[in-house]
Design a protein. Sequence first.
Length: 337
Amino acid sequence: MNQRKKIINCNLTDPNKILPFQYPWARVHYKTGVANNWTPEEVPMQQDIELWNKQGTGSLTDNEKKMILWNLGFFSTAESLTANNIVLAIYRHVTNPECRQYLLRQGYEEAIHTDTFIYICDSLGLDPDEVYNMYQNTSSIKAKDDFVVAITESILDPNFKTDTVENIQKFVSDLIGYYIIMEGIFFYAGFAMMLSLLRQNRMIGIGEQFQYILRDETTHLAFGADLINTIVEENPEIWTDEFRQTIVENIQKAVKLEVAYAEDALPIGIMGLNSEIIKEYMEHIADRRLERINLQKIYNAGNPFPWMSEIVDLKKEKNFFETRVTEYQTGGNLDWD
Ligand code: MN
Ligand code: FE
């Protein structure tokens, strides 16, 4: 038995002995998650309800409403897909106890996110069947979910084990599908759209909740990348040229799907957003994700939305009790945005 292989494959370590820690980074992400605690009901929705129902001057345009609905339709079900993958696929194979502690925390945060979309649907009086069926009825949303499900489905087999090079590669593909592509790419056009609306002081309750989700997702992504990098470090034989090429191709496909989603959600370009600028942003994001898992960046795109990284660093108490949306603290460049 190879004693180096310890973050996955439970026969080599005791999943019940959390001390002494072997992976201090997992503890850092756990503590960050706990420090960022929030619940959707803390955010008042009155102004959103008024604006959503308003007619005439200053009301939401049909295109703005469509953009909001598309993002609610995507996120409402994507949060459940992510949560299910943690519990039904990842948790079984990641047997290191401090990583499992983090996965439990992440699962809780996904429940908070799921709850956020219930709260938004209730507050705005949306038809739940409409919102929760969009992931099957709306082709640009379905294409994203189908893509992640296709990359990851083999490890849902109850007999699947991470005991061969090929199976560890499949497991890493699942982690890339959910952490890097779903949470790291497919969430980001939506974040940019909803937070652009927030910057115009429109739908500020939903915007505030999207800020907290973005901050949580930043940690999920950081944990996922550390987990992927550790598995690769401990099992270097999986990191073949061919495997790396497949990962890069999947990320390129994901960027295309995300740009198509943004074009569908924003058909005429609103709020200074159009498909060109979203494409540049997605390419910038994809380069960051590639570099975070030790792959070469491919796009060399600039960042058209530097304000997105400021949002990640927001302070909860400031946002809840003092500010309105455009007054975020500046500085503090988080590694992810
Ligand atoms: Mn989430
Ligand atoms: Fe997440």
